[in-house]
Design a protein around this ligand. Sequence first.
Ligand code: ZN
Length: 463
Amino acid sequence: MRDRVLARILGPSTSAFTADQIATMGKLRDAAIADPYALDELRHLTNNIGPRISGSPQAQHAVEYVAAEMKALGAEVTLEKTSVPHWIRGTETGALTAWPGMTPGTTQKIVLTALGGSVTTPADGLTAEVVVVNSWADLKALNPATVKGKILLFNKKFDKQLAAQQGGIYAYGDAVQYRAVAPIAGASVGASAVLVRSVGGADYRIPHTGMTMYAPGIEKIPAAAVTAEDADTLADLTHQGPVTMHLTLITQTLPDAPSFNVIADWKGTEHPEQVVVVSGHLDSWDLGTGAIDDGAGVVVSMQAIHLLQKLGIHPRRTVRFIAWMSEEEGSQGAATYMKDHEADVESHIGALESDLGAGHPDGVVWAGKPELGPWLAPVAQALEPIGAHTFRSSPETGEDINGLTEKGVPSFAPSQDGRYYFNYHHTPADTFDKVNPRELSENAAVMTVLAYALADSAEPAPR
Ligand SMILES: [Zn+2]
């Protein structure tokens, strides 16, 4: 206990960083808080360019825009070619046509949105009875004959209390499994279409989209998310008696499209071949404008390069900005990067990704050897003035840097306040106004200071 207290006060006995480096961390932190670059870039990505779904003209525009911005800072820019899903949302409507206690001759609207990758319904939609289950156990207990040809709703609740107490990611993980495999599970019991209760905490009857999956050899059936409110209505009415719904989801799945990761190197002075990745994903869903998911992650990473340029800082190793493509639809960009960089994974000294919004970061989550914890102590101290000094280990940090993490590259993510993130992510309400400028700049400070520390230490971070 005494040693732990002393170590907290005095720092580890041998710091990996010099006094000059620690002073530079402070300068970068303060500059990140004061500089509006990240916010201005986010405004442009969201308000001007807009939604950036994989394969879309806006995603391509964003690639070109970010590449040009990085070039303007003097970074060495490469567009890394990849191939991404190209799915397009069309008309989507739901309406009850028969239910207990209905007013004859009326219908009742159901608010929904197609899940990413969903196949289309016939042009004039399909009409079927609705069956509701709350869990996999419920589904198993059902006689498949009672589901055949029907619309199956997975009514798994997003646990708002869990989100409030432990951060949204846990509540999300709990519920998102239903969204991911609903069409496979539904088709295997003969359903004609599936619905899932939206995976998120929002009120105001907002549907949440997100990727869903099909499996080879199992029929592909249409899939949509209904709002939490509509899921409750369906559960109530089906409890009372038979409910029939008309569902129209017009979607197109085009051949995979060429696209790009944007890579921008701020070259190292001593070991330019050694790289520290600082990243976010450039693609977004199409309902909102991708501000918190994940425009924020892209712009706080851009800010790292911008501040190194502005303050004239040239670390020993290369700081590599990456705007990943198609995280939302399967991380195809990240897979391409891992393939292209198979031979030089060893030269990756660290990898950062921000992809949990722009809420206040209370510190950093890191994946790596236990020795990494004490090694990071001076970095945590440099972030203490903005309340971002709690560093925790975690098996995973970011979806796009998972491949690097698995190969033993130390990886990192800002540990954001995720209590409200899932109220907006993947919804029409993921827009620029949801980002608090101060909190965005705190995230930029975390990314910038950490990237600098990893890139400039005399010895690479332990791995
Ligand atoms: Zn994301």
